[in-house]
Each structure stands twice: as C-alpha cells, then as structure tokens.
Design a protein around this ligand. Structure first.
Ligand SMILES: Cc1cc2nc3c(=O)[nH]c(=O)nc-3n(C[C@H](O)[C@H](O)[C@H](O)COP(=O)(O)OP(=O)(O)OC[C@H]3O[C@@H](n4cnc5c(N)ncnc54)[C@H](O)[C@@H]3O)c2cc1C
Length: 276
C-alpha cells in the first residue's frame, strides 16, 4: 500500500457531504495479522483501510524460516512489503498513522460528532488517529499485538492482562462488541507469524460471513468447475479460463523476479532497548 492511497475519505462509499466516507472495514495494525485480514476483506469488495505507523515486531526477525511456502526462508521485511502490496492489489488503502481511540459512533463524547450520516452509513465505530483523522467504520479489526490503549473505554471489550495485554475474543476473533474483531497476537494467538497471518485470514472470513455481502469461499477455480455441474459460481468464488490463468501466472512470475532480485534495503532492526 502506498502513502498516496491514504485519504480516508476515498473509496466507493465516499459520502455526498463534506465529511469523510464510512469505511466498511478499518484494520488497526498492519502487521501480518492485519494485512492478511485486509487482503480477504478487500478482495470481496469491502472498502478497507489499514491504519498503521509501520512498527510490526516481525521487522526485528533476522531470517524467517518457518513461514509456509519459503523452503529457504524469506526476509521478514520483504514478506511484510509483499503482504502490503497484496492488500493494495486487492483494493485496500493504507493510512500511515497511529490509532488513539475506537469508540461507538453514537455514544460518549463521539455522539456529538455523530449524526444522521453515521446512521445512514450504518457506521458503528469512530476511529481516531494521532493525525487528527476521525474515520467512520462499519467494522473494525484490531490487530495491534499488545497495544490495546485505543480500545479502553469501549463498552463490551474485555482486556486481559497476562503480563502483556490482550483482547478477550473467541476463536474466530469476535469480541464482546458487534462488528469489532481481534486478530493475531492481540487475540492471544501464539507468537508465530504464520499463526497470526492465518488468524487474520480467519477473522476476515468470519467478518465476511457476518456482513451483508454474500460470501461462500474466497476461491479461484478453473473454468467450468461449478458451472459445468449446473451450479452458479458461489459468491466470493471466481472461475477463470486457461488463458486468464496463464496471463496471471506470467504477471506473477515477472513480479516475483522483480521483488526478489535484490536483498531488502532496510536495515536489520532489533529490540528498542538495545538501540542507542
Ligand atoms: C526478534 C523476533 C524474531 C521473530 N522471529 C519469528 C520467526 O522466525 N518466526 C515466526 O513465526 N515468528 C517470529 N516472530 C514473531 C512474529 O513477529 C509475531 O508473532 C507476529 O509478527 C505477530 O503478528 P501481529 O500481526 O499480531 O503483530 P505485528 O506483526 O507486530 O503487527 C502489529 C502492528 O500493529 C501496529 N500498531 C500497534 N499499535 C497501533 C496503533 N495504536 N494504531 C495503529 N497501528 C498500531 C504496529 O505498527 C504493527 O505493524 C519474531 C518476533 C521477534 C520479536
């Protein structure tokens, strides 16, 4: 995702008044869990915004050797870039900012800012950032590892303290607040990148199943897979012909050669307490 695609007011739900549009999904945190969630929601056409200041703990990894699909390992910063690119390709936007508060749009001090536009847009949440943005959202995915301060004061959210802070959520990331989900480490998933990425995907699928958008699976199937059996292509699925498959493969090979042509330019990061 590029910094150019950061206007929270952009997107298919742009409002007709002068206030920013309501997003279908705001993902708070663009590490492996949040970006994986954004890939899934954006691919289904949900207007998705990822808000992140760029601090995934995975940036400190020296060599990621247990992420599925990379038999000789992968540079973790490269993986984060690729996940961000995948979310952008799927249609997600990114805002380079830190979320300071998530509140119910119609309650507490945010009620003063809420109006008929929020109700019409079915915007349950107001997401506030340290840059002064107030973004309305129908769903929020919290994916900020152990940072939970922006959720304090939101009725229905239980914060669990186990030395580090987590959000109490069920296996599929549902919290005590309708429309608010927790993904990855913040939902007490194990401290492994693949587990947190997988949980981000699972949480997004849960959100999709519970949203108004019809959804079956996010699958790309060969032409005729459903239709030759007199079945409609289910919502969320796609059938592609051989020529289209070859075109996509060719584009993917070119992109992969390009992205892996050189070592990643970013320096190795370490624990902040070790930095001078
Ligand atoms: C040194 C080190 C090496 C590791 N090596 C491995 C390994 O080899 N294999 C492995 O499987 N795992 C490894 N891990 C663990 C792995 O990095 C984590 O388990 C994984 O990144 C957790 O994913 P996450 O998305 O939950 O959190 P993160 O990837 O940390 O993402 C959280 C995101 O939330 C953002 N954020 C925080 N607060 C806010 C806010 N208020 N507003 C907006 N955004 C916010 C941050 O900027 C960050 O991008 C390693 C971790 C460390 C520290």
């Amino acid at each position: 995702m590029t910094a150019d695609a950061t206007d929270p007011a952009e997107g298919p739900n742009a409002s007709t008044d002068d206030r920013p549009a309501a997003r279908d999904v705001v993902v708070v945190g663009g590490g492996v869990a949040g970006l994986s969630a954004a890939v899934y929601t954006a691919r289904q056409g949900l207007d998705t915004l990822v808000v992140d200041p760029g601090g995934s703990v995975l940036r400190r990894n020296a060599r990621l050797e247990n992420f599925p699909g990379f038999p000789l390992g992968v540079d973790a910063r490269r993986l984060l870039d690729l996940l961000g690119e995948q979310a952008e390709t799927a249609g997600a936007d990114r805002l380079d900012a830190r979320v300071t508060r998530v509140s119910l749009a119609h309650e507490g001090s945010d009620a003063a800012d809420a109006d008929a536009g929020d109700a019409e847009a079915n915007a349950r949440f107001a997401v506030t950032t340290d840059e002064g943005d107030r973004i309305r959202a129908r769903h929020v995915v919290a994916a900020t590892k152990n940072e939970v301060g922006y959720l304090e004061g939101l009725d229905g959210v239980a914060i669990v303290d186990r030395g580090k802070a987590y959000v109490d959520a069920d296996e599929r990331g549902r919290t005590g607040v309708d429309g608010l989900y927790a993904a990855g480490r913040i939902a007490r998933k194990t401290h492994q990148a693949a587990v947190c990425a997988g949980h981000g995907a699972e949480v997004a699928v849960t959100l999709l199943e519970e949203a108004e958008t019809p959804f079956y699976h996010d699958w790309v199937a060969p032409e005729g897979y459903f239709t030759d059996r007199d079945r409609d292509v289910p919502p969320g699925c796609e059938e592609i012909a051989a020529a289209e498959r070859e075109a996509r493969e060719s584009a993917a090979l070119d992109a992969t050669r390009d992205r892996f042509a050189e070592p990643h330019p970013d320096p190795q990061e370490t624990h902040p307490s070790l930095e001078d």
